[in-house]
Design a protein around this ligand. Sequence first.
Ligand SMILES: [Zn+2]
Length: 390
Amino acid sequence: MPTGPHRTVPRRAGKALGAPLLSLALLAVPRGAGAGGEPARTAAFPPPVESPAGDAGGPGESREALRVGKGERLLVVAPHPDDEILGAGGLVQRVLERGGRVRVLLLTAGDGYVDAVRHETGTARPPAAEFIAYGERRLGEARAAARVLGRGVAIEVMGFPDGGLDLLLRRLGQPSPPMHSATTGASDPPYDDEALEPDLPYDGLDLRRAMGRAFREARPTIVAIPDPADVHPDHRATAAFSLLALSDLAVEGGRSAPRPRVLGFLVHWPDWPPGWNRAPRPEDVDRPLGLPRGLPRRDLATRRLALTPSEIATKRAALAQHVSQAQVMPEFLGAFVRREEVFREIPAADARGLAPLIADLRVSMPPGAAPAAASLAGAGGARQPPASMP
Ligand SMILES: [Zn+2]
């Protein structure tokens, strides 16, 4: 049920101090860098390299199998409900089958999908309560989908603003009042019964630290996050916040800090995955899922997880639980039901080495992707990015 228009909680002075920080100097990139013209880039991390044109697969793709050990603890960080299934629904099942445990951390409730809420309500300007109700619905769908995947999948919710994660990332390190969601009007999670920390202000530093707490609690051996090159701003920001949280934990724990494997899954890229805009064909499922040829390589190794017929069927059934999304974009969802899932492994053996990548993520948003206030409302649920995006 909707919780109604949300109240504003004043930011508490002195809150969330003391957590170790990755060098903020590395993150203190100027706002607006990359918001026009050629984005600034750091040199320390291997720069993006455009793959040569060709018919087979994407950049630097290998057929190397993703190995899942016994008793893994998988943490999937998803910007919106359903991303966890699209990107890692098969991996979740494999971890469970091998005796492991799974947590899914949903950063938003997907409550920024303006067109869908307009359609459902029949009004051009739906009130905030309708967006919160939509978010509640999507969270319920995520829990239903998790039950389809198997026992042992825990859903955790941050409840941050759908369509606003990129702005929170850009503001990180700058004193600013909590953000207000352009759709729900909330300045902290309006899902009091579901959010991990319902009084957490919509602030990037608070999100980063809360994610660190969630990561510490989960003690993952594998962390699945959006691919850092995903063109959806929420997805890229989720990748950056996840890497920041991992870096914080690594700095905090020193040599004894756990070193989970970090896998990136791609969801949004222009005209991808193949078949995203047409009715699915029976043979589609048997085709490998090649990464887009234009995807920046960043020297990330590709790992593939071959799914069994049972896992494929269960992934499809789990996706079907996301009824609100299946109603409006069945082709897009169906295009992710393949015989394999593909990930790019982000080297995190030395989390300090992530800093250049994170800094790069903060300045390399595609032009036009910066969430100006007026465009926030439409950004969250956009499935295919605007044509102006690369
Ligand atoms: Zn998403």
